[in-house]
Design a protein. Structure first.
Length: 214
């Protein structure tokens, strides 16, 4: 576990899971917007070891992706990175992650941050019936017109299973950045401009990451 939040007691604590292959400015901006809007005391970034939905598409090793998140968030005390998913073998299920984090941290209210493209898969997540009880959900629109509709559809699907999904839209201007775009730019030797923090751009260059990515 990077950083030392263990044993601390929080008011509002959010989990932000992702492949972060690599972390980019869209991730950073949405977490900062969520922190401010929902008055989050801390956000734990959780790089996924092996995302169940991305299969072999993950390119960089877990520890590289973890290191890039550490570099990107810097020494801010309200942001932490957790290696919890690297400590288990097999696919990374959110429910296992939440249980591991809830053993380490105490909080009055737990939140889970998710982008509007990922939210549609929620009804199929392993353990979703427990996750919806334990967390409130912050849904970040990924394009100006996407978000609320998808989230409402998810809420309806879960309602049919008697699950009360508590979700909140993130009010922000979506940044059109994706890890896929960053990997493509690296492969083509293009400058990364404002899509990743300069510290991450330096790291990508130094270790020549994604230059041969598929
Ligand atoms: P890839 O392009 O490889 O699919 P990605 O950019 O979607 O990657 P992930 O690490 O898979 O990055 O995303 C982690 C979480 O952040 C997901 O919930 C995703 O929906 C969300 N997210 C990523 N980028 C954005 C963005 N620009 N706007 C809103 N949400 C985002």
């Amino acid at each position: 576990m990077a950083g030392n939040l263990a044993g601390s007691h929080f008011g509002k604590l959010a989990v932000f899971g992702g492949t972060f292959d690599p972390v980019h400015c869209g991730h950073l901006a949405l977490v900062e917007a969520a922190r401010q809007q929902f008055d989050l005391e801390a956000v734990v970034w959780v790089p996924t070891y092996r995302p169940p939905h991305k299969g072999d598409r993950v390119v960089a090793p877990f520890w590289r992706r973890l290191e890039m998140v550490e570099i990107a968030i810097g020494p801010r005390s309200e942001f932490r990175v957790s290696a919890v998913e690297g400590e288990r073998s097999g696919p990374s299920f959110a429910i296992d992650t939440l249980e591991a984090l809830q053993q380490r941290y105490r909080a009055e209210r737990w939140y889970w941050i998710v982008g509007s493209d990922a939210v549609q898969f929620l009804p199929r997540w392993v353990g979703i019936e427990i996750l919806v009880r334990r967390c409130e959900w912050i849904v970040a629109p990924r394009a100006p017109d996407a978000g609320a509709e998808r989230a409402e559809a998810v809420a309806r699907q879960l309602q049919q299973r008697q699950l009360n999904w508590r979700w909140h839209p993130l009010d922000w201007t979506p940044l059109p950045i994706s890890s896929s775009d960053v990997r493509r730019a690296c492969r083509r030797g293009k400058t990364l401009e404002d899509s990743v923090p300069s510290s991450v751009a330096d790291y990508l260059k130094k270790f020549r990451l994604y230059e041969d990515s598929p």
